[in-house]
Design a protein around this ligand. Structure first.
Ligand code: SF4
Ligand code: SF4
Length: 512
């Protein structure tokens, strides 16, 4: 028999999601057990009243006055209480003990994730043929003090870098000295696919294809892809991320050559070429408040060119971020944060269905939460925000190794070097990058969304609070609850009514 006064409190990691079409039902998720359940409003209110930490406001409406009082008279039945305990929503652990417990399980999970397969990023050069005003590397091309950085990787350096892979790989679970070797490469810059870099890019690709099963992608501006025509396609450069910042007139104001002429026409021809060769294209559209309205025209263009019908053509929006030292990035009046952009696009999709060519913002988050409901299986715990804290290695033309795309080019921030004999040395700064997880700062470690969020971008965290060992939330809680409410709605429409039990409708998913 469970009595409410036996010292039970609501776990600090319960996520409450209000369901827009059903004001009497709430979706509960537990942030580390992975449990999820739909409960009656009064069960949610009961848990809410036994919270010891502040809880976010509902997405739609508000908590009623009776639901925020800790002395609410209504108490669930013993069987419901037992279920709430069993599924982690009620706990006997004092708050600090629960945080300690969370920290210990996440630390172990992060160690495992750190040992997953490495991802090698090759930077043939920091040089670029465009001068986009928002580029975080702009100073390298415009300030003569950085011109030494603009050289192209030599064949000797490429050999040294490739010789270093076997010194790094034994750190990882996927490494099997005798089995088939698989490697994953991304080319990044500067602009990695300049015509002048073709010999070194081809040299690296062919060398790796002889040694292992290698997959190649590139983050490219797409202006000189014609020089890579025979290297594009499923067997070679199979995935390309290309930026188009609006219809021709808008794009040509933003993505310009040094003489200020626009790049739209060159990119457009190369999009045709890459699709023809069977490459998978992820078109990134950087938007701010000044360019948002041009998205309708851009959608028209994607449709009229026939690209929107190609299964290899995908478009997503990204808010332009301010990496230039502005405090609280995302707060510049002409910039969106992710939540604002997500809401603007949702409304635009309703108003102008053709704009559905642009994938919803937070697509990967939506995929993750949909997968939970679909399989009723484990939630994939996101112990850190990005590959910089796990297993990403960026190699530049000087043999310097970095963890984060944004920190490349500043040798003070490198995490290691490739030595002349082809060995690699990783320094203490590398360990620092890899150790950033959701339990390495006090705010994230107490956050109910932590294992879905990952703690936010380290660079933006450092810009806004002075240390990368801090949180960068970017409205994650709202974005998560919106995505999960939608995914649950979709899931419900496809299944028969779930089982009810004394105010609870039970589902289950457990942390992997
Ligand atoms: S830390 Fe931020 S900028 Fe660096 S790779 Fe991760 S998400 Fe990108
Ligand atoms: S960044 Fe914010 S939302 Fe994400 S885990 Fe940390 S505190 Fe939570």
């Amino acid at each position: 028999m469970i009595e409410v006064d036996e010292g039970l409190r609501t776990s600090s990691y319960v996520i409450y999601v209000d369901l827009p079409d059903n004001p009497n039902r709430w979706l509960l998720l537990h942030g580390y057990t992975g449990t999820y359940d739909v409960v009656s409003r009064r069960v949610a209110a009961y848990l809410r009243s036994r919270e010891t930490v502040p809880v976010s406001k509902p997405l739609y409406g508000d908590w009623g006055p009776e639901e925020i009082r800790a002395d609410s008279n209504w108490v669930p039945s013993n069987s419901t209480l037992a279920t709430l305990v069993k599924r982690g929503y009620l706990t006997e652990k004092p708050r600090d003990d629960e945080v300690t417990f969370f920290t210990s399980i996440v630390s172990r999970l992060h160690e495992t994730r750190r040992r997953a397969a490495p991802h090698f990023v090759i930077m043939p050069t920091y040089d670029c043929n465009l001068r986009c005003h928002y580029c975080f590397q702009d100073h390298m091309r415009t300030d003569p003090r950085f011109h030494g950085l603009l050289r192209t990787m030599s064949r000797d350096m490429a050999d040294r870098i490739m010789a270093a892979f076997p010194f790094i790989e034994p750190e990882y679970h996927t490494y099997n000295a005798t089995g088939p070797l698989q490697r994953q490469f991304t080319f990044f810059g500067g602009e990695p696919l300049l015509a002048s870099s073709r010999p070194i890019v081809e040299y690296i690709m062919r060398s790796q294809q002889r040694q292992c099963s290698a997959s190649f992608s590139a983050i490219t501006n797409g202006t000189e892809l014609e020089a890579y025509e025979d290297l594009l396609g499923p067997e070679n450069l199979s995935k390309l991320q290309i930026t188009i910042d609006g219809p021709e007139a808008t794009h040509d104001q933003r993505r310009v050559y040094p003489d200020r002429t626009g790049s739209f026409s060159d990119i457009s021809q190369n999009v045709y070429l890459a699709l023809h060769k069977g490459a998978n294209l992820q078109i990134r559209v950087n938007v701010d408040r000044n360019s948002f309205d041009s998205l309708i025209e851009l959608a028209d263009m994607f449709i009229s060119k026939g690209w929107a019908d190609d299964p290899n053509f995908h478009v997503y929006l990204a808010p332009i971020q301010d990496y230039s030292g502005l405090k609280n990035a995302g707060t510049r009046p002409d910039f969106f944060n992710y939540w604002e952009l997500s809401e603007m696009l949702r409304k635009l999709h309703e108003r102008e269905p053709k704009t559905r060519v642009f994938a919803r913002v937070d697509g990967s988050l939506r995929d993750r939460v949909r997968a939970v409901f679909k399989s009723q299986g484990p939630i994939e715990a996101r112990t850190a925000f990005c590959g910089a804290h796990v297993s990403m290695y960026l190699f530049d033309a000087f043999g310097d190794i970095y963890a984060c795309w944004d920190r490349t080019g500043d040798r003070n921030l490198r995490i290691g070097t490739v030595n002349e004999d082809g060995t690699a040395t990783i320094n203490g700064f590398g360990e620092s990058w890899r150790s950033r997880s959701v339990v390495s700062n006090a705010t994230c470690r107490q956050c109910r969304y932590a294992l879905h969020c990952g703690g936010g971008c380290a660079v933006l965290a450092e810009l806004s609070s002075g240390t990368m060992f801090s949180n960068f939330c970017s409205a994650f809680g709202k974005r998560f609850r919106t995505a999960i409410a939608e995914a649950y709605g979709d899931h419900q429409s496809k299944i028969s009514q779930p089982r009810r039990s004394d105010g609870l409708i039970l589902h289950s998913a457990y942390l992997r």
